[in-house]
Ligand binder design. Sequence first.
Ligand code: ADP
Length: 259
Amino acid sequence: MPPALEITDLRKQYPTGTEALKGVSLTIQPGEFFGLLGPNGAGKSTLIHCTTGLAQPTGGEIAIFGHDAVHNYRDARIAVGLAPQELNLDWFLTAAETLDYHGAYFGMPKRDRKERVDELLETFSLTEKAGDRTRTLSGGMKRRLILARAVMHRPKLLILDEPTAGVDVELRLELWHYVQKVNAEGTTILLTTHYLEEAEQLCNQIAFINHGEIVAQGTSTELSSRYGVDSLEDAYLALVGREELSRAHIAEGEEEGAA
Ligand code: ADP
């Protein structure tokens, strides 16, 4: 089987002159749970936008399960489900319509759509809200609906762009639980997050991106040992050059102060 996602020498320069991606290469194997971590402005969203056809790369190649994402856009697109960072729901549709329209867009037959909509509303505890317009849903419900929409057409590659930004602890754990289940069932996942604990918990491969370049990749343990530290958080702080913020470092300082 070809890789779920294969990005080769990807470059993106915006018309403003900003070089958001400076030759990024990465490979995600089928079934992996891959985390992309990096500070604000590192190029994470640009990479996702190029992969999902929302931005046009200025150079390089992107293949999704062997389909060229730029030139063979349709086949590539159908293999991908995207849960974007922003709550981009159509406020005039109901929760059920949101899922049904998405399925129809991806060519799912009507009866399959109906079953899938019911199943997903149930999974995400939205059955009672099926007929409610999305604008009337709570923030947590909107977040869950966005994830349900992303998986509606059963994509083989699920891209989650900061899915738990600003959600409460219960919902974060619920979302983790669900994406782990989807991954265990065979869906490949690309996750961007600012929560290192989240990456540590979920991802079996992690890449650090900074200033439009991949600077390190491996498991959480490999990354820690690569930076000569004990945790993914400290490896991340080494990456962004802010080692002085390390909790271990601060604790040491406190002990010395107390002595
Ligand atoms: P991240 O998602 O890691 O925060 P982005 O991909 O959003 O990073 O941004 C990478 C760089 O590209 C930043 O310098 C950002 O300001 C710039 N950028 C992002 N989108 C645009 C755009 N539409 N036009 C111009 N510059 C952009």
